[in-house]
Design a protein around this ligand. Structure first.
Ligand code: SAH
Length: 243
């Protein structure tokens, strides 16, 4: 089964962009996923092909019209009826690795990219659209957010990543940030690779990595640590994971 991505955008030439390279690019060329960038302007109905208008109630900027965007969404729905429809918005639910996993396991995704001040609110009332944010900052358009979402999904598709196990231990997969990595040279600028990693004792190495992951998460992301089952002011060695 091919993961089918549709992106509704005013800038289809931005795609596949970075996703045409490296792992995602190879997977795209091999047909492990497909990408259709659809021009929203093609669904405009007036002779100026307008997609936006001034905000009701006044204020700066322009707002994407509900009627034009709904036509574009309906077109995408017809072509890919089972794919969830996601609008990129800063007000959306923050994207998580868990949601990425769910999406990657499904038939694909249809992504709506905003521009200007965003979308006419009635679009979200009239169509089954999930709003997703990629973080607490403001982008100039949804396209870079769509690239982020697709990159995160595509690397999880079967046979896309070289060593398929390398996905399991990474940051967020077990609710923690990842442990630190090292590679040759053995000593660099006077700094040695931690002794335990050269011991060949795999149980000891696993224990060290688990402790490092716990400590880094506790220090850098108390929110993740707490959700994981630790308490922010307790040492990770004394804390147990919730089951
Ligand atoms: N006026 C809006 C910002 C619009 S930014 C507000 O204050 O909330 C223009 C477009 O960029 C948005 O419609 C959205 O598609 C995209 N965008 C901006 N920041 C984003 C974020 N953090 N996550 C996802 N999409 C974002």
């Amino acid at each position: 089964m091919t993961f089918a991505a549709q992106v509704l955008t005013l800038y289809p030439e931005m795609f596949p962009g970075p996703l045409g390279h490296s792992l995602a690019g190879r997977a795209l060329a091999e047909g492990r996923w497909s990408l259709d960038a659809i021009q929203i302007r093609d669904f405009a109905t007036d002779r100026h092909r307008s997609v936006d208008d001034t905000p009701a109630g006044g204020g700066a900027g322009m707002v994407l019209r509900a009627d034009v965007l709904a036509s574009a969404v309906d077109h995408a729905l017809e072509r890919s009826p089972d794919a969830p429809i996601i609008a990129m918005t800063p007000r959306g639910v923050p994207l998580t690795q868990q949601r990425v996993r769910q999406l990657a396991a499904g038939p694909g995704v249809t992504i709506l990219c905003g521009r200007f001040e965003g979308f006419d609110q009635r679009l979200f009332e009239a169509r089954p659209i999930e709003e997703i944010s990629i973080g607490d900052y403001v982008l100039s358009g949804g396209e870079t957010g769509a690239l982020v979402l697709l990159d995160a999904c595509v690397r999880l598709l079967p046979d896309v990543m070289g060593a398929s196990s390398s996905g399991d231990e990474e940051s967020f997969e077990n609710g923690l940030l990842e442990y630190p990595h090292y590679t040759r040279p053995q000593i660099w600028e006077g700094r040695a690779i931690p002794e335990v990693l050269r011991s060949g004792d795999h149980a000891k190495i696993r224990a060290w990595r688990e402790a490092q992951a716990a400590e880094i998460t506790r220090l850098r992301r108390p929110d993740l640590w707490e959700r994981h089952g630790g308490t922010p002011d307790r040492s990770p060695s004394g804390a147990r994971r919730k089951t």
